[in-house]
Write a protein of this length. Structure first.
Length: 167
């Protein structure tokens, strides 16, 4: 357990300089806690998306939050990375050439080594309601609709990774 200090107390003191510790403000409680940065706290997120611009955008948004972002521009390449690196989360585009996201998802869930990796499906606004209903039936962890705001993406990621409660 890390020490928790009221933020007002911390602001009255001189800045603390500790190389391996980083202060984190804890939400609505207005408290400050120290987080040991030598512990592995970085979550690796794999973005499987055929549009490089979308991978770059997701990288920009989520890397600022401390996530390690990897990109795969095809379903086949994405499955290779999933099987090799076991990411903490997969962001999966459904509409891709060759192997679509639906096939990637089915192969992930059929493999005992990867079936528990959470998946957020990224859907295009133009997709049919049947496909979105299919996502519920397939029990994907969450889905977001393109175009999405940075806050929508971060909220979905935090919810699926268990970083926020009751989202």
């Amino acid at each position: 357990m890390f020490p928790i200090i009221p933020l007002t107390t911390l602001l009255l003191k001189e800045p603390l300089h500790m190389e391996r510790w980083v202060g984190v403000i804890c939400g609505k409680l207005n408290l400050f806690r120290w987080q040991d940065m030598t512990e592995k706290s970085t979550k690796m997120i794999l973005c499987i998306e055929d549009e490089q611009e979308m991978i770059d955008l997701i990288h920009l948004i989520l890397s600022r939050r401390g996530f390690e972002i990897r990109g795969a521009n095809s379903g086949k390449k994405g499955l290779e990375i999933i099987r090799k690196d076991h990411p903490d989360l997969v962001l999966l585009d459904l509409m891709m050439p060759e192997m679509d996201g639906w096939e990637v998802y089915q192969q992930m869930k059929a493999d005992d080594a990867t079936k528990n990796i959470p998946v957020i499906v990224v859907t295009a606004r133009a997709q049919s309601i049947e496909k979105v209903l299919g996502l519920h039936i397939a029990k994907v962890d969450d889905y977001i609709v393109k175009p999405f705001s940075p806050q929508e993406l971060m909220t979905s990621v935090d919810k699926v990774l268990g970083l926020i409660q009751n989202a």
